[in-house]
Write a protein that binds this ligand. Structure first.
Ligand SMILES: NC(=O)c1ccc[n+]([C@@H]2O[C@H](COP(=O)([O-])OP(=O)(O)OC[C@H]3O[C@@H](n4cnc5c(N)ncnc54)[C@H](O)[C@@H]3O)[C@@H](O)[C@H]2O)c1
Length: 256
């Protein structure tokens, strides 16, 4: 992997780093000179992902729904590495169900991870970053946080919440002069285990996978690296005038 140094000396926490987009972000950040704390609730794959990057990168177990685990991971990171420069809220779940089929339990589960988890992460990061008067938070929303999808009721709602929470955090930090930026990214379908599971749940998984790929005008799925590079820009000092914005990475899907 090419090594430049766009995140030299920065300390980053990435959630959902055991798989898919989060794992690619952690690898890209490490290659760009950051020290990365990979977190996930899946400890086996998370450990393996951190070991693949080597020291000083490390894995810390974190279920993003837990307030106490958030506080512990952020405090431990600041104690070990002296600061926290970047938080990427990447952990997420999806349940492919319409408004009629979604149970209250499923609705609450999706929101607990996708919305509440991002709230807890933003709050913990702001508390740590404001002491050092700098920081960048990147929340992984989705095109489903911009446009509706009939079969993703809870997911759309949770990702829409992330879009506007991001703007509230950005404005609060700007108003207080904290030097902390907060932005959201909005990918369309990206080739990860989550999307493969989505296609796998269809009656004809191969056809469903092909349809997902064709849903973007560019005619293919995005790659995890393409999303990681967008997040890298927002994490780096190249984007110091960018806050409260939404970066769309969708092969043209929302341009139609
Ligand atoms: N793949 C896509 O097409 C796509 C498109 C738009 C947005 N997204 C978003 O990107 C993010 C990453 O998705 P992905 O496709 O890489 O999925 P993925 O399933 O490959 O990875 C998600 C990771 O989040 C972790 N996770 C789930 N619940 C958690 C919890 N409570 N606490 C901590 N970790 C938890 C999982 O263990 C997993 O490692 C998600 O927020 C997803 O909604 C994905």
């Amino acid at each position: 992997m090419e090594r430049t140094h766009r995140l030299k000396d920065k300390v980053a926490i990435v959630t959902g780093a055991a798989s898919g987009i989060g794992r690619a972000v952690a690898a890209r950040f490490a290659a760009e000179g950051a020290t990365v704390v990979l977190t996930d609730k899946n400890t086996a794959d998370g450990d393996e992902a951190a070991a693949a990057l080597g020291k000083p990168h490390r894995f810390a177990a974190l279920d993003v729904r837990s307030e106490t685990e958030w506080d512990a991971v952020v405090a431990d990171t600041v104690e070990r590495f002296g600061r926290l420069d970047v938080l990427v809220n990447g952990a997420g779940v999806g349940i492919p169900k319409s408004i009629e089929d979604t149970t209250l339990e499923e609705w609450r589960f999706v929101h607990a991870v996708n919305s509440e988890g991002v709230f807890l992460g933003c709050r913990a990061a702001v508390r740590a970053m404001k002491e050092q008067k700098s920081g960048s938070i990147i929340n992984v929303s989705s095109v489903a946080g911009l446009i509706g999808s009939p079969d993703l009721a809870a997911y759309c709602s949770s990702k829409g919440a992330v879009r506007l929470l991001t703007k509230s955090v950005a404005l609060h930090c700007a108003k207080r002069g904290y030097g902390i930026r907060c932005n959201s990214v909005h990918p369309s379908f990206v080739d990860t285990p989550m999307v493969r599971a989505l296609a796998g749940a269809a009656r004809d998984p191969d056809k469903a996978f092909e349809q997902l790929a064709k849903s973007a005008p560019l005619g293919r799925l995005g790659t995890v690296e393409e999303v990681a590079y967008a997040i890298l820009y927002l994490a780096s000092d190249e984007s110091t005038f960018t806050t409260g914005t939404e970066m769309v990475i969708d092969g043209g899907m929302t341009a139609t």
